[in-house]
Design a protein around this ligand. Structure first.
Ligand code: ADP
Ligand code: MG
Length: 240
């Protein structure tokens, strides 16, 4: 699959009179695992939803593979998003949850079977196809949500705090799995988290967001060693 870059150019978004994203400039390289780190309310989800096409910015450009997709509706964007609460269908089996997007896209039966099977194997859930989500652990539900998104073969993967509902031990394990999967697929990924350790240990590069402003952007080591202001020092530093 083709690896694509994602670029936010001077993006601004307001809800009424409240400016939530203020002149965002972020350029994500093809195939990169990029973390967006910031405290609650800093605008992380808003930016992710904007890239997915669920939010519309009032100013600036959003480029994917060099093309401005600002006016393109979500279903034509080739971008997959995993939500914090997974948003699985409780009445449908794991198989049907993962197959859903392919059914909607009218993918032929034989191809659908192959792709769903491959996606379930990729996340280690091939034996759980007939279960329902509420009979699975939190980690397994998270894997279903991942499988359901990657089965679409999106060019960009957006993850909104995908591990925050899991306990600490599982979070660390899933973090590794997620990164291994991303490396295997080579898919450009934006990983949103408020957990500095999670960002520091996974990301190729990261941006720290506060009050809708990118405070700093760089490699985890770069931000840790050379924080550009007090907020970044406090937030990514050992003081946390
Ligand atoms: P984060 O994901 O970093 O916690 P959000 O992007 O969810 O932050 O929210 C950023 C700010 O935008 C918050 O102050 C929040 O209250 C506000 N906000 C988010 N969604 C809406 C909305 N639909 N209408 C009005 N304000 C919103
Ligand atoms: Mg959020």
């Amino acid at each position: 699959m083709k690896k694509v870059g994602v670029e936010c150019r001077n993006i601004r978004l307001s809800y009424g009179n409240t400016e939530v994203l203020k002149d965002i400039n972020i350029s994500i390289a093809p195939g990169e695992f990029f973390a967006l780190l910031g405290p609650s309310g800093s605008g992380k989800s808003t930016l992710l939803r904007l890239i997915a096409g669920f939010n519309q910015h009032q100013h600036g450009q959003l480029l994917v593979d060099g093309r401005d997709i600002s006016g393109v509706p979500p279903w034509d964007r080739n971008i997959g998003m995993v939500f914090q609460n997974y948003a699985l269908w409780p009445h449908m089996t794991v198989w049907d949850n993962v197959a859903f997007g392919l059914v909607e896209r009218k993918v032929p039966k034989a191809e659908l079977r192959e792709r769903v099977q491959a996606a379930l194997e990729l996340v280690g859930l091939a034996d759980y196809a007939k279960r329902r989500p509420n009979h699975l652990s939190g980690g397994q539900q998270q894997r279903v949500a991942l499988a359901r998104t990657i089965v679409i073969e999106p060019q960009v993967l957006l993850l909104d705090e995908p591990l925050s509902n899991l306990d600490k031990k599982l979070r660390v394990q899933m973090r590794r799995e997620l990164l291994a999967l991303q490396r295997r697929l080579g898919i450009t990924t934006i990983f949103v988290t408020h957990d500095q350790e999670e960002a520091m240990t996974t990301a190729d590069r990261m941006a720290v967001l506060n009050h809708g402003v990118v405070q700093q952007l760089g490699s985890p080591a770069n931000l840790f060693d050379f924080p550009s202001n007090r907020f970044v020092a406090d937030f990514v530093g050992t003081m946390n």
